[in-house]
Design a protein around this ligand. Structure first.
Ligand SMILES: [Zn+2]
Ligand SMILES: [Zn+2]
Length: 288
């Protein structure tokens, strides 16, 4: 199984070019470019599966062959992971219908976008003027389903939850993906794993885990965030190692990196490597 990181940034990935923002590490990231620059988090499992979709700019930039793409897994409905109109537009350029998997919010939004159109002159919704070439599949937590020749199991991420008021705004998903005898955990956009998620993960041992490292070395209050910093990432890895879910043989990747809060790639990559964590960058490919 191969994973190709199309984007490895957090929700502030737009900042360098599109905002007059001098916050944090942005000026440095903007100046350095290259591996320091990150776009919206998404990945490809060649040849046929994408995970999350902000737009196709990274697919074009990395010159990825799209004709074989048949499946799209969506983790959750935040705008930097999920753009219904861009997805429908992208699907129209494929030789086959795009199969899209996600939570109810995601499948509802796609079905709405596929059947409605905002009419600018009338200032109201009307029916869509051209058909969408997509099929949606609502995914339930704990359920396994086939995605091409992969078997995927969805687990509940600690994300999109107002913890103080106990309001889960939507069920954000992380995915266990098994293919060709290898197993990967795609765990971005989650704070520390929920108890039921730990129980579900206990049934597996992973060859590769992609984990949330959004805030890097910055201190955060876990009560107020659906993400991790490096310290929380290390604790998550240690706790799952103790349970045998991760082992010394598991490749651990930190991704979904904030451009404002995290120093440029080259300044932190070695320190993280010493802790057994690989820092993702846009275009990185891992074979397991
Ligand atoms: Zn995100
Ligand atoms: Zn999110």
């Amino acid at each position: 199984m191969q994973i190709r990181f199309l984007g490895t940034g957090a929700g502030d990935f737009l900042a360098p070019e599109e905002q007059e923002n001098e916050a944090g590490f942005l000026p440095e990231v903007r100046r350095l470019g290259g591996r320091h620059r990150r776009y919206a988090s998404s990945a490809m499992l060649p040849p046929d599966t994408l995970i999350d979709f902000y737009g196709d700019q990274q697919i074009r930039r990395l010159e990825i062959e799209t004709a074989s793409i048949q499946h799209l897994l969506i983790t959750h409905g935040h705008w930097d992971h999920f753009q219904p109109l861009a997805i429908i537009d992208f699907a129209r350029g494929l030789p086959q219908p795009l199969q899209i998997y996600g939570n109810d919010m995601v499948t509802d939004a796609l079905e709405f976008a596929a059947t409605h159109e905002w009419q600018e002159t009338a200032k109201k919704f009307g029916p869509a003027s051209s058909p969408a070439d997509i099929s949606t599949h609502s995914v339930a937590v704990g359920r396994s389903f086939d995605v091409g020749n992969a078997v995927v199991t969805a687990v509940h991420a600690d994300h999109c939850i107002d913890k103080m008021r106990m309001v889960p705004e939507q069920k954000a998903l992380n995915y266990v993906i098994e293919r060709g005898g290898k197993r990967m955990f795609y765990g971005l956009d989650s704070s520390r794993p929920l108890p039921e998620t730990v129980e579900q993960l206990r049934g597996f041992t992973f060859d590769l885990a992609v984990l949330d490292a959004t805030f890097g070395p910055r201190e955060i209050d876990p009560a107020l965030s659906g993400h991790q910093n490096f310290a929380m990432l290390e604790q998550t890895v240690a706790s799952l190692m103790e349970l045998g879910v991760f082992t010394e043989a598991t490749t651990i990747v930190g991704s979904h990196i904030s451009l404002v809060n995290v120093p440029p790639h080259d300044e932190i990559v070695d320190e993280l490597a010493q802790k057994g964590i690989l820092l993702a960058f846009d275009g990185m490919t891992i074979d397991i």
